[in-house]
Design a binder for this molecule. Sequence first.
Ligand code: ATP
Ligand code: MG
Length: 365
Amino acid sequence: MYLENLALKDFRNFSTLQTDFDPQINIFLGQNAQGKTNLLEAIYFLALTRSHRTSTDKELIRFGSKYAGLQGKVHKSQVEVELKLRLSPKGKKAWINRLEQKKLSKYVGQMNAILFSPEDLALVKGAPALRRRFMDLEFGQINAEYLYFSSQYRQVLQQKNNYLKQLSLGKAKDKIFLDVLSDQLAGIAAEIIYRRLNFVKLLNSYAHDAHSQISANKEQLEIYYRPSINEIEAGDQVDEIYHKVLDSFHKNKANEIRKGTTLTGPHRDDLLFKINGKNAHDYASQGQQRTIALSIKLAEIQLVHHLTNEYPILLLDDVMSELDHNRQSSLLNYIHGKTQTFITTTDLEGISWEVVKTPRIYYIK
Ligand code: ATP
Ligand code: MG
């Protein structure tokens, strides 16, 4: 798929913008603080209705404005889709082909975008919350049910945690209502964990291949899903997971009431990366972290293609200068001719021109 054009209104530092794109390679060239990343963020937001760098949508509205608007036409192999979003401090509205979508989960997935930025290094060494956010964003855009269940989960988890707080403060007494909430939460948790286990398995096989290619077969990458409930295993069915989650809630009940929060479940799960059998979180060098992050992004391209039969749009923020020449070439060769790509850079010198032959260059000022 590719994005044919984009229109912005009061998005970040763009008051208005209207532009066409090349179906292959687009380069956003400009000095610091001109709006290159903002433009990538706009494309990402149009696809996912979420930003990669903030969870506060208000930040995306141009200083002094009340609304922000984004619109773009996406070409897929069979159809063309017109996407539109409008953001206000109260929330966001979405349209597909001028039809307003009551549920954002119906909108997300029309356009797939994979973003690679220097912050992705933190995926390996950063906090578990980053890896969960990664799963939610990436799996949410390829599976509408995943997106639906993760938003349900957030709501019911908050409800259960609020009730646990009430119990811990002695303001509520009814433990049966707690059991009702736990049961409901376990049902949704099972749907999420089941999908995460499956997607991580696929991601693992693609990332393993990409990683051996980039490291010239010297290193083996493995990715595992690490549930906070130890009994859960890869291969478990939804029903088995549900019973294991419910068991864990029951076992931890007294503790949860004391602490006023839910101690196990998808919101406490993590991903584990191993290089040649060793935990990358503890041992990976800077360069290895970069290669892992890169392999995961390449794997996502394959994952999206495997599940939707379309290649996603690839957004590369400032990564060319971060990669050595060999890795740049493997990245560009890997995507060559498959995905529409947007690259930001402050300097054309940093680009592997032998692969990027005829890009369209945009000066951002
Ligand atoms: P760099 O090369 O340093 O990465 P960049 O071109 O990617 O720079 P951006 O991150 O896109 O720069 O940001 C450009 C400018 O947008 C910044 O100066 C920032 O202050 C401004 N900006 C961010 N949010 C808003 C907003 N809501 N309204 C207006 N301007 C904003
Ligand atoms: Mg930038």
